[in-house]
Design a protein around this ligand. Structure first.
Ligand SMILES: C[S@@+](CC[C@H](N)C(=O)[O-])C[C@H]1O[C@@H](n2cnc3c(N)ncnc32)[C@H](O)[C@@H]1O
Length: 277
């Protein structure tokens, strides 16, 4: 068998694996971008010590702990507080004035992973005097990472980087005011969590659950194929209030999508877009 045939067979096996995962566990990775899926699945094959995608499929379907491990591999969970600090600086300068015009603001972090981005927003809203009239909805497909998000406890060694990002993002206080060090961990102030709701939500197959003034979905759609990106952007479009704001990751954009005509860039470089009406 030549390489082209081998690759074709592997793509068929990947599609069967993803269909099996969907049928058995209702996790839907069928419309994720293929190149990144190939890399993740081959990582999973290595760590499960199986020689083919079909062998991985057999194990995943029969063993739910293997599915939990595969979920962690497929749903890439890296995050940072004030990731891309320029985004948060632009948010503070250009979106906060809009939020001041609302009596109450609902912010949806779709694909919030382990919560760093959500706490970054809570701190920003506290510093701008808006947190008391805001509610943050933090959702992700992955239950275990949401538990980490809810706990708000992070390794102390990453706080140096988070502090640097916080300052670059225009933070107004000492970052250390927001956590206490306990052994090798930083425990975030529980007051930051007061207006945050954490919930499992799958962007690939679930609908909207509220109307939002802001929707942030950063570094999530980059793993989806074009069709799923369009479907999720439509979901956001339906879930935003008039003149609401969408924020995306630095490698993501609205500009190629059908909904783009209904939005104007507030800050194109930092991927912040506002509904025109
Ligand atoms: C790379 S993280 C991004 C975290 C954060 N938004 C940031 O930019 O730092 C991507 C997250 O998207 C989540 N995700 C992937 N597919 C999803 C889906 N279909 N529905 C909801 N969340 C999903 C993953 O579980 C993961 O936690």
């Amino acid at each position: 068998m030549d390489k082209v045939d081998a690759d074709r067979i592997e793509d068929i096996e990947i599609r069967l694996l993803l269909e099996g995962v969907f049928q058995r566990y209702r996790y839907d990775f069928r419309d994720y971008a293929i190149p990144s899926l190939r890399r993740r699945i081959s990582e999973a094959m290595e760590s499960e010590k199986v020689g083919s995608v079909s062998a991985l499929q057999e194990r995943v379907l029969r063993d739910s702990t293997c599915m939990e491990r595969l979920l962690l591999t497929l749903s890439i969970n890296v995050s940072d507080m004030y990731r891309d600090p320029g985004f948060f600086r632009a948010f503070r300068e250009k979106v906060v004035p809009l939020l001041r015009t609302y009596p109450f603001a609902r912010v949806w972090h779709a694909g919030c992973s382990t919560g760093e981005e959500v706490y970054s927003m809570a701190i920003l809203l506290i510093e701008e005097g808006l947190y008391d009239r805001s509610r943050i909805y933090a959702t992700d497909i992955n239950g275990p990472v949401l538990k980490t998000a809810e706990a708000g406890i992070y390794p102390i060694k990453v706080m140096k980087k988070h502090t640097k990002n916080y300052i670059a993002a225009g933070g107004k206080r000492e970052f250390s005011e927001y956590y206490t060090a306990s052994h090798d961990h930083a425990v975030l102030d529980p007051a930051l969590r007061e207006n945050i709701v954490f919930a499992e939500h799958n962007l690939a197959c679930e609908g909207s659950f509220n109307e939002f003034q802001v929707i942030l979905c950063r570094n999530v759609m980059i793993y989806f194929n074009r069709a799923l990106q369009g479907q999720v952007l439509r979901l956001f479009d339906e879930s935003l209030c008039p003149f609401g704001v969408i924020g995306l990751g630095d490698k993501e954009s609205l500009s190629h999508d059908a909904i783009a005509a209904g939005y104007r860039p507030i800050d194109a470089r930092h991927r912040l877009y506002q509904r025109k009406h």
